[in-house]
Design a protein. Structure first.
Length: 279
């Protein structure tokens, strides 16, 4: 019989799996497990029914119950359908880092092996780092073994590394103060540049945080599980934010020093020739 090896293999798994659960200790518990398994099987919940039948195959159960539950477990395994999901991108290239999520809760890696499911409709969502997720509803039929479901995903999205440019700060060569004795023009220029760089750093930091959150949803926590290529864009954004903040701090400090020093030195200097920067 063609299905016999499959049934025997899965039945062995069922019996071994039963040892992982608390084995029934009384005849009533054995009978309850058998009855629950039959009810769940009738409701189409084959995975849960298989677990119950595994319980009543315990050596603590009476022999007739064990024989009945073993047969029932084999029948459940024979009826349980399975899918083989094939994920490829354009050009018929295999995608090796894809993950399948069923009904928003169960996650399974795509590794070429069949995935056993309860019969009925299931929402299948395929995710892969750097790609837009693909979602499809599949109807799984009782007894349908190793059905191949082919999913084509888009090519990876290329994230361009932002170019971080720091505008040069030029000091005025004319009189550093206004006629009214206000703050030096050089101080305003430095403080204004510091503010602009601070805003740039904040924007880059927000983009880096968004990249980190996207990786958490695809790779899973912690993000350290992601590859270097996947985290390159986020690291570039974070580095740009650090550079912008660092230059902003230096510019702000220079502006404050200029504000303090220039007015006190102005009274001790004569008028400078055009093009001379006075400190």
């Amino acid at each position: 019989m063609r299905g016999a090896p499959v049934v025997a293999t899965f039945a062995g798994i069922v019996l071994l799996g039963g040892a992982a659960h608390a084995a029934p200790h009384t005849v009533d518990q054995c009978l309850d497990a058998s009855e629950r398994g039959q009810r769940l099987e009738g409701e189409g919940k084959l995975s849960s029914a298989r677990e119950q039948f595994a319980l009543c195959t315990s050596p603590a159960c009476p022999a007739p119950v064990r024989v009945s539950c073993t047969r029932a477990a084999e029948q459940v395994v024979e009826r349980m359908p399975s899918l083989v999901i094939v994920v490829r991108e354009e050009g018929d290239l295999d995608v090796r880092d894809a993950v399948a999520t069923f009904d928003g809760t169960r996650r399974e890696p795509i590794d070429g092996r069949p995935i056993a499911l309860d019969p009925g409709p299931h929402v299948l969502r395929i995710t892969s780092p750097g790609r837009e997720p693909v979602e499809r509803t599949v109807l799984v039929n009782v007894g349908e073994k190793d059905r191949v479901v082919r999913i084509q995903v888009p090519a990876p999205t290329k994230v361009a590394s932002p170019a971080v440019t720091v505008a040069p700060v030029s000091l005025p060569t004319d009189s550093p103060t206004s006629s009214g004795g206000g703050p030096p023009v050089a101080s305003w220029a430095l403080l204004g540049g510091a503010a602009a760089l601070g805003i740039t750093g904040a924007v880059l930091a927000v983009l880096a945080k968004g990249e980190h959150d996207d990786l958490s949803s695809t790779c899973g926590a912690p993000v350290a599980r992601c590859t270097s290529d996947e985290t390159r864009a986020g690291r570039t954004l974070a580095l740009g934010a650090d550079v912008a903040f660092g230059v902003a701090i230096v510019a702000a400090a220079a502006g404050i020093v200029t504000w303090i020093v220039l007015p006190s030195s102005r009274s001790t200097q004569t008028a400078a020739s055009p093009g001379t920067v006075r400190f």
